[in-house]
Design a protein around this ligand. Structure first.
Ligand code: GLV
Ligand code: MN
Ligand code: MN
Length: 429
């Protein structure tokens, strides 16, 4: 665990602030959408850090970035330990969600270099493309393509709100970093460890600096479209309308009722609502909205989905609803061996930890089907995330980075080959 002592608190703080400049918003937050100019600039900054550190730079067809520390005397085909997270943010994002896991990975790898740790495996840092899914839905595209859960061709024609194609924006990004070596999806990995802010209130409430994450709750995303008829707002009698927005109000209200949960374990969010033609004096012709549904129990998640379909199968205001599922993953349980490695290192560093399940999804959701995986959380002030006021104290960021360095050292000095745990249901849309 010698590497943990080499993690530099000041440089970690500097790296966080530096990355927050890319896509900085006037309110102190970050809006760094995937494959945007700000994202490309942030990627270039990582490339320059990695080059200075003597790491190997790789990318793949969806522009995931990989930075490899290749220890002397280790066979080039030895499966690496992978660590990292994502650079893209929500439109109302803060300076920590995702980027902290990438920045701390650089700090941890620098510490491993500085302490001269004798590693038996390569270590790679990853910055996954499009974890948030806010510009191009769904999220976790980079990790889904890497692990084979989805094919990149399925996403090429996905458009953002300005009708720009993902395929075109991705090409621009790939062309902007010609110095990176291209490689395919699906590289072998010995394990994956993702460090992230908690984004919830538990660690702060318990006064503990570390969460050892044992799994992630299940999640399903749907796009719902309601088709009505555009008519003149001043002349069309109320009884003769098929108003898609009035229908949507009915559906939304019925969905809220159908998904009520006295245990407060269900998470149900309608975060996007589009009205067309969206003009005051025309009866709305079409409304579409998103549904984000989550539950820690996969069976319950499936039964909630049935309730959604039941509500949407009824007509409202003479309009039908079409429901398309665009993302699906069952609840996942991380790998005991990686969880135990994190716990051992936390004890060795005298860091109190809490076992917990993640309410947010992360790229680790898909990596867990692919190689032994687990996550580390650090506290979020007030439990706030996806908001400019998202904040984690530097002391907590530093503790997380120290624990990551120790865990990387622990796992990369082991040559044990562990199989990924298989879940019963692992389907994705
Ligand atoms: C990730 O950003 C999530 O929505 O959980
Ligand atoms: Mn994140
Ligand atoms: Mn997020």
């Amino acid at each position: 665990m010698i590497s943990a002592h080499k993690v530099c608190r000041e440089r970690l703080g500097w790296r966080i602030n530096r990355m927050a400049e890319f896509g900085a918003s006037a309110d102190g937050g970050v809006n760094r959408q995937v494959f945007s100019d700000a994202d490309r600039a942030a990627r270039a900054e990582l490339n320059s850090w990695a080059t200075q550190m003597g790491l190997e730079l790789y990318t793949d067809p969806i522009a995931n970035q990989f930075f490899r520390l290749m220890p002397k005397g280790v066979a080039a085909d030895m499966a690496p330990v992978l660590t990292g997270s994502h650079l893209d943010s929500q439109p109302t994002g803060g300076p920590y969600d995702g980027v902290y896991g990438v920045v701390a990975a650089f700090e941890a790898v620098q510490a491993l270099i500085d302490c001269g740790a004798v590693l038996k495996r390569p270590i790679e840092i990853v910055a996954w493309s499009n974890e948030e899914g806010s510009r191009f839905a769904p999220g976790c595209m980079g990790s889904m393509c890497f692990t084979g859960a989805r094919a990149i061709e399925e996403f090429a024609d996905t458009c953002d709100a300005d009708r720009l194609r993902l395929g075109d924006e991705l090409s621009k990004t790939l062309l902007s970093h010609p110095a990176m070596q291209q490689r395919d999806f699906g590289q072998s990995l010995s394990s994956y460890i993702e460090l992230h802010i908690e984004q919830g209130p538990i660690l702060e409430r318990l006064g503990k600096p570390i969460g050892v994450v044992s799994g992630i709750q299940g999640c399903r995303w749907f796009n719902v479209t309601i088709n009505g008829e555009a008519r003149h707002a001043g002349t069309t009698p109320m009884a003769q309308r098929r108003d898609a927005l009035r229908a949507a109000v009915g559906y939304l209200s019925d969905l809220q009722i159908a998904l009520q949960d006295p245990d407060d374990a269900t998470r149900f969010t309608i975060g996007r609502l589009d009205v067309s033609p969206n003009t005051p004096n025309t009866v709305p012709q079409q409304v579409s909205f998103s549904i984000d549904l989550r539950h820690p129990d996969t069976e319950e998640l499936n039964s909630l989905t049935e309730r959604i379909h039941t509500v949407l199968s009824q007509q409202q205001q003479g309009c039908d609803a079409v429901c398309e599922e665009i993302f699906k993953h069952a609840a996942v349980r991380f790998h005991e061996w990686v969880i135990a490695a994190i716990q051992t290192c936390a004890k060795g560093l005298d860091l109190a930890y809490e076992p917990m399940v993640s309410g947010a999804f992360h790229d680790a959701l898909f990596l867990a089907d692919y190689c032994p995986t687990a996550m580390i959380f650090v506290p979020s002030q007030g439990g706030v995330s996806h908001h400019p006021s998202e904040f984690t104290h530097l002391t907590d960021l530093y503790d997380g980075a120290r624990l990551l360095a120790a865990t990387l050292e622990h796992t990369a000095t082991s040559t044990v080959e562990i199989q990924a745990s298989k879940r019963t249901e692992n389907s994705t849309k």
